[in-house]
Design a protein. Structure first.
Length: 267
């Protein structure tokens, strides 16, 4: 499967490079494409390289800290202990090639200049469009992971009415949602969970604070599960206790049929 992913990237490039380098920088500048081509689902891999070849072969250049996790990939692994070894391994791996593809959208200017200085005899091509085009079509493994992430979010959404209590704070509901996602198989939250009460529910990206729930409040929950690097996103709007006539009218006019949002009532 990984070999097919790499070959598809090369197939989507008009002016083909000899090799492609995908640099995974330090947090928070992590390139998810590194994990896409390697199939790795754990680890951070700061300061690592994936070297891709037209025949689908992959070389991994990783720090000693990530060596054991890297072995879970089908790639050939090269481990470095310090910056000097890092430079030597990278140069030995690709300096014999003339044209090198880089994911320009996933690399900082600082890292690019370092690579350019180290590989001064090479020409660099932007292959970011090809990577993006390749990733538009999901393979069977990706679909499986996306479905799992969506299933987790669905399960949690159904449980929200059961965890709501009088005088609950917004941050408490956010914590409950994130706990339930991990309890049901998520690796982490896909993004910062939104659980807003009352007037705060009118702010689309208000996350959560120390506002206490009152009867008659709208409750807006926007969250997603991350499963093996793939995310889901779901939004649900509820009313705590009984909805007023005005809230029912708002539901009929605004929520019904509105993509991604469904209102629910409970006593």
């Amino acid at each position: 499967m990984l070999e097919k992913r790499v070959k598809r990237i090369f197939d989507n490039i008009s002016k083909k490079p000899d090799v492609i380098l995908i640099k995974n920088a330090a947090m928070p500048f992590i390139d998810d494409n590194f994990f896409y081509v390697t199939g790795l689902t754990h680890g951070i891999f700061e300061g690592s390289f994936a070297v891709l070849f037209p025949d689908g072969k992959i070389n991994l250049i990783v720090p000693q800290l990530e060596e054991e996790i890297a072995k879970k990939s089908n790639a050939d692994i090269y481990v470095y202990k310090d910056q000097s070894e890092y430079n030597k391994i990278l140069k030995k791996s690709v300096s014999s090639y003339k044209n090198i593809g880089l994911n320009f959208r996933g690399i900082s200017i600082r890292d690019f200049l370092k690579i350019k200085n180290l590989l001064s005899n090479c020409d660099f091509l932007d292959v970011s469009d090809a990577i993006e085009k390749t990733r538009l079509i999901k393979d069977e493994i990706e679909i499986k992971y996306i479905r799992k992430a969506c299933k987790i979010a669905d399960i949690v959404a159904e449980k929200i009415p059961q965890v709501i209590t009088d005088d609950m704070y917004e941050y408490e509901l956010a914590a409950e949602i994130e706990y339930l996602m991990q309890k049901n198989g998520a690796d982490k939250s896909a993004f910062e969970t939104i659980s807003s009460f009352g007037k705060n529910s009118a702010e689309p990206h208000y996350t959560h604070g120390n506002v206490k729930l009152k009867k008659g409040d709208f409750i807006l929950c926007d969250f997603g599960a991350c499963y093996k690097k793939y995310n889901s996103d779901i939004t649900r709007t509820f009313v705590f206790d009984k909805p007023s006539n005005e809230q029912k009218d708002m539901y009929e006019e605004r929520f019904k049929g509105y993509f991604g949002r469904t209102a629910g009532w409970w006593n």
